[in-house]
Design a protein. Structure first.
Ligand code: PEP
Ligand code: MN
Length: 349
C-alpha cells in the first residue's frame, strides 16, 4: 500500500506510521518530497489496509491499496487461466457457452414442463425457474415454495436438463440444495454475505447476479466470499443496473462483460430478460452480449406469457424459442463457441 502523508505532517507522525507498518510485518519505504512524504509498503495489503486503519492516524492524508481487494477470483491468481464451471457435464466458460432458459417462476407443473421441453428442444444447456421469488411487492406471487422444487425435480427427470433455481435465505438452503444443480443468488441478495458463505461451503455451483446498484468490484468481492469457502464454481451474471433511463426495466451494462472478464477468471453470462423487461428488446440485447464475449445467457420463456404470474412482459414464447436460439447460435458460432449440451455436440464438449 501507499500511505500518503498530509502536507506538513510532522517527523513524529511519519515515524509513528512507519512503526505501525513494521509492527504489522511490512517494511516501510518512505519517499520524502518537497511537500509530501509517501510511505510505500510492499506485501499483501488486502487485510492490512482494513486492519491497520492508518487513515485514522494523525498526519495521514490517504491510504492507497496496491492490490485488487479480491484475490481468488482475480485473473492474477490463476495466471490467466479461466474458471470453467461444470454442471452435470455441461461446461460454462472457455469457449463452452451456457444457455439457460426457463420460466421466471414455477407456476404449475404443466407450465414448467412445457417450458422445460421447449428449452431442451431448442438446445438449451440448463433449465431455470424460481420456486422462491423475491418480489418487490408483498402482494405479488411469491413462488410455490417447496412444491415448486418438486416440479423442477420432475422437469429434470423428464428432460435431463440441470436445474438453476434461486435461494433467497438460509431457511431454504437444504431444500434448494436438494434440487439445484446451480444455486442462483439474485440481484437483491448479492451482498447477503451469510448466504454467500453458506453456498460457498455447500460447494454447489453458484450463479451470482450482479446487484442493480453494485459496482463490478463489489460484485467480485461477493464472488470472493464464495470462493474463500473453497468453492471456485461461480458464474457471474450481469442483469442490468439502475440508471436514470426508464425505457427499459434496467440498463444492461454490456461493458461489464469485457471489464469483468479482464479482472476475473470467472465465467460471465448475461440476463437480457431482467435488463430489458420487454420481450422485443431481448434478442438484440442477447446478440450484443454474445458479441461482447459473454460465456452464456439466461433468458425467461413461458408457454403463455400473457397469463404469467411473474415477468410475463419479458418472457419469450416457448413456441418460437427454437427460432430465437437459432439466431443466437449464429453469433455463438462467430465467437468460436459452442452451446453446452446442444444436441448437435456431445454433452460436456
Ligand atoms: C430472476 O432471475 O428471476 C430474478 C429475480 O432476477 P434478479 O435477481 O436479477 O432480479
Ligand atoms: Mn423474472
Amino acid at each position: 500500500m501507499m500511505v500518503i502523508m498530509q502536507q506538513g505532517a510532522t517527523e513524529e507522525q511519519i515515524r509513528h506510521v512507519m512503526e505501525r507498518l513494521e509492527a504489522a510485518g511490512v517494511k516501510p519505504h518512505p519517499s520524502r518530497g518537497e511537500f509530501v512524504t509517501v510511505i510505500g509498503a510492499i506485501g499483501d495489503d488486502r487485510e492490512l489496509v482494513a486492519s491497520l486503519a492508518l487513515e485514522a492516524e494523525p498526519g495521514v492524508e490517504k491510504v492507497v491499496p496496491i492490490l485488487k481487494p479480491y484475490k481468488l477470483v482475480s485473473t492474477d491468481f490463476r495466471g490467466g487461466t479461466d474458471v470453467v464451471v461444470e454442471v452435470a457435464g455441461r461446461k460454462v466458460g472457455n469457449g463452452s457457452f451456457g444457455l439457460i432458459a426457463g420460466p421466471c417462476a414455477v407456476e404449475t407443473r404443466e407450465q414448467t414442463l412445457t417450458a422445460a421441453h421447449a428449452a431442451k428442444d431448442a438446445g438449451a444447456s440448463m433449465l431455470r425457474g424460481g420456486a422462491y421469488k423475491p418480489r418487490t411487492s408483498p402482494y405479488a406471487f411469491q413462488g410455490l415454495g417447496a412444491p415448486g422444487l418438486d416440479i423442477l425435480r420432475e422437469a429434470r427427470e423428464e428432460t435431463g436438463l440441470p436445474i438453476v433455481t434461486e435461494l433467497m435465505n438460509l431457511r431454504q438452503l437444504d431444500d434448494v440444495l436438494d434440487v439445484a444443480d446451480v444455486v442462483q443468488i439474485g440481484a437483491r441478495n448479492v451482498q447477503n454475505f451469510d448466504l454467500l458463505r453458506e453456498v460457498g461451503q455447500a460447494g454447489v455451483p453458484v450463479l451470482l447476479k450482479r446487484g442493480m446498484a453494485t459496482t463490478i468490484e463489489e460484485w467480485l468481492l461477493s464472488a470472493e466470499y464464495v470462493a474463500r469457502e473453497g468453492n471456485p464454481n461461480v458464474i457471474l451474471c450481469e442483469r442490468g443496473i439502475r440508471t436514470f433511463e426508464p425505457a427499459t426495466r434496467a440498463t444492461l451494462d454490456i461493458s461489464a462483460v469485457p471489464v469483468t472478464k479482464s479482472l476475473s477468471s470467472l465465467p460471465v453470462i448475461v440476463d437480457p430478460s431482467h435488463a430489458a423487461g420487454k420481450r422485443d428488446y431481448i434478442l438484440p440485447m442477447a446478440r450484443a452480449a454474445v458479441a461482447a464475449g459473454a460465456d452464456g445467457l439466461i433468458v425467461e420463456i413461458h408457454p403463455a406469457p400473457e397469463h404469467a404470474l411473474c415477468d410475463g412482459p419479458q418472457a419469450l414464447h416457448t413456441e418460437t424459442f427454437d427460432e430465437w436460439v437459432a439466431d443466437i447460435r449464429r453469433i455463438v458460432d462467430v465467437m468460436g463457441k459452442v452451446i453446452a449440451g446442444d444436441g448437435s455436440v456431445p454433452v460436456g464438449a
